[in-house]
Ligand binder design. Sequence first.
Ligand SMILES: *Cc1c(COP(=O)(O)O)cnc(C)c1O
Length: 364
Amino acid sequence: MNIPSNRLDLLFRAHQKEYEKKALEVLRSGCYILGPELAAFETELAAFLGGGECVGLACGLDSLRLAFRVLGIGRGDEVIVQGNTYIATVMGISMNDATPVFIEPDDRFAMTAREIERHITPKTKAILVTHLYGMMTPMDEITALCEKYGLKLVEDCAQALGASEKGKKAGTFGDVGCFSFYPTKNLGAFGDGGAVWVNNAALAAEFRVLRNYGCVDKYHNDVVGLNSRLDELQAGLLRVRLKYLAEYDAKKQAMASYYTEHIRNPLITLPRPHPGTHPVWHQYVIRCEKRDFLAEFLKEKGIGTAVHYPVPPYLSEAYAYLNLKKGAFPYSEQLADTVLSLPFYYGMTREEQDFVVLQMNRFH
Ligand SMILES: *Cc1c(COP(=O)(O)O)cnc(C)c1O
């Protein structure tokens, strides 16, 4: 059996006719940027998140980068972030000349209030929570910390659109929720895309100005902005996909439960969402001390896997200037050496999952 680590074509084919109809509609409309599809998508996404306002952007990185800019966080300011996140999370901070302050996550890949509080200094201006792999970070204590110390709260929900805690959606707990519509993400576009969620009309207006060269009124530019607009074609296609997101989520819940119930191997640690949270399973990430052997073993059987992520951001060349050496955050580094993402995609069959389970249980 040949099972790739991911497949996106099945997701397209599930509602192919609707995507094709929408694409033709947009192509024939003559309106391709900042039009009715984007406006409708922003309204529908905000409704999905339970209220507030959304602003569509060109990608997830821009949502993070603009979040800190709009919140006035820059040179000399510190932002606390987990050491096991994707490097784009950190770039959102450093592109504003602010300083990322890394902390260790817990054994469920998430930030904890206790570890955050130990790293708060007079320079700390914000906390950036990443709901990694679609697993929801418990937010009660973190939001309480933000209030106690007067800190801004930004959520990187690039992997977690639809995750929730006690019915409240990831991205709506703080000042800005950041989303990516990169094709592999929970709500994937057919290209790049991103968005922010805010609960404040004035902040939303600032994002709208910044995504369009700082343009306040045609040819009147107040600030130097970006070109970071979610185009009509992507917005239209995302509207189709958003309608089915709950259905995709339900399928993935069932698939995750199946792995969790059937993979039994003392060498393998399965992912455990925090109690009381609803994850969306962007990835199904296990840990294994012999990770590279396991990946090779599965590959020989025709099973593809991926590592999210093999290098902690602070050890990448891009952040050499931070002078954080190997050993700085041992647990984050241990995760980088042991995590493995199993094949996990919409349309994966029970037979395919059974085959993965069989081989996982055989590994020794
Ligand atoms: C994908 C991703 C991003 C960046 O999103 P892009 O749309 O690719 O720019 C940021 N943070 C995390 C955690 C991601 O997974």
